[in-house]
Design a protein around this ligand. Sequence first.
Ligand SMILES: [Zn+2]
Length: 62
Amino acid sequence: MSQGPATTRCPICGKAAAPETRPFCSPHCADVDLGRWLIGHYRIPGSRSDRDEEPQPPPDAA
Ligand SMILES: [Zn+2]
């Protein structure tokens, strides 16, 4: 079980990560990942439908 030094791969482009920008290979990839993360937080799919579910009137309540 000896695989040598653990190489962290950049999750963005797959290159070997640099020690200064781990786990990314470069500040650019770090920015890309941060951008994706922020976008993911702004658009959470289906996060409202569960809680803010308003009671809908029955179809025959005219
Ligand atoms: Zn990269």
